[in-house]
Structures are given as C-alpha cells and as structure tokens.
Design a protein around this ligand. Sequence first.
Ligand code: ADP
Ligand code: MG
Length: 228
Amino acid sequence: MSIKKIGVLTSGGDAPGMNAAVRAVVRTALNKGVEVVGIVGGYTGLINGEIIDFNLRSVSEIIHRGGTVLYSSRCPEFKTEEGIMKAVETCKKHGIDGIVTIGGDGTFRGARDLSLHGVPCVGIPATIDNDISSTDYTIGFDTAMNTVMEMVDRLRDTAQSHARCSVVEVMGRGAGYLALRTGIAVGAVAILVPEVEYNVDEIVEKMIKTREPVKSILSLLLPRASAR
Ligand code: ADP
Ligand code: MG
C-alpha cells in the first residue's frame, strides 16, 4: 500500500521537543510529496475528527516552544474497541493512510492497537518519563532532567542555610528514571523510585546521619589558600 497522506498527533503527557518533532514530520513528509494533516488533541481528536491541513509554513515558529501546539489529551475511550473503530472511521473519511504518533508508553500502546486495526502507525518516543523500550533516550527527558537539576540546586541553597533536608518529588508516575538520573546528578542522599521497595526508617536514619557536621574539603583548604 502506498502512503499518500499521513496524520500526526501528540498524546499523553507533554514533553519538551514535541513541537520540534511535529515540525520534522510535517516538513519531511511534504518534501517527499506526502500530504500531512494534524490531529488536534491526541487520540480524542482522532476519534472526534478534529483534523487540520498542514503546509510547510504551518509549522513555522514552533520549534523552540515547550508543550505541544497540537494539544494533547488522555483518552480512556481509545482503550476500547468502539473508540478504536471510531478512529479508524476518521482515517477512512479523511483519507489518512497512516499516523505518526508522538508520545510515551501509553501513546505507543494506542499506536499498536490502531496498527492492528489496519491503520499503520509509527511512534516517536517523546516523554519525560523515558520509559519506552528499545531506545535509551526519549525526546524531552534530557530537558526535564536539566530543569529538575536547576531547581534542586536552588533548593539546596535554602536547605543548607537552614540545615534542613528537602524532599523533592519529580514526575514519572510508575517510572523512576527521572528521579534516579536526577537524584544521582544532584547527589541526593536517597532516591525513591516506584520500581524498588524501600524502608522509610532506613532512609530517615540516613538523613539524620547526613546532617551530622563534617569537615568538607572546602573548610580544610580555604584557610590554607588564604594563608598563601
Ligand atoms: P503517555 O503516552 O505519555 O504514556 P498515557 O499513558 O496517558 O500517556 O497514554 C496516552 C493515551 O494513549 C491514553 O490516554 C490512551 O488514549 C492511549 N492508550 C494508553 N494505553 C492504551 C492501550 N493499552 N490501548 C489503547 N490505547 C491506549
Ligand atoms: Mg507514560
């Protein structure tokens, strides 16, 4: 089957870089002579037939924006047979031969189901959760990590000034990658992830121990430096 027209959508949690991905899909398809339509609001838009035509300029001025200009949604109806069939109908009605889905693990499950119902889909991994198999990184993960690190660095100033311990919660739902990677990067005392059971008492003990005053290398070396 030759693909003459494709749709592109963003779904699930938004991730930085989704707009760049939309732009790349639209420009690449048009340059290869394939028509592209945007599906507004993820799988909900597909079910309800919210389709817009794209040209080369439709995706101007979006590459640097966060979130997703195509809007996103969580769509429980898409997990049902009726929901998928409505989506298939929309594709038939608009002559959409295939869809590029941009999102996370849920979006990929939806894309698999839609493919099994005769609408071929490809997925672009874009989630700050980094929880998609067969790829080390997903679009948005690195930006999210850097944002968390910047915020924690600021919190650290206050925590240290008051000899307090800060507990930081990050996004990720059932996936602990963001917590784990950022926790390592900022030198967290303990990192709790949903994949690993933990004992609160052990963590509290660790926190108390960490508060014990120690001589850091700065306090040892700074007097020496000023004496030189
Ligand atoms: P993300 O894609 O960021 O992981 P979600 O987990 O909310 O976000 O998934 C996005 C959407 O994908 C859901 O709202 C639903 O419409 C669809 N989806 C998720 N899981 C399935 C599934 N098992 N079958 C069909 N569609 C699904
Ligand atoms: Mg997800």
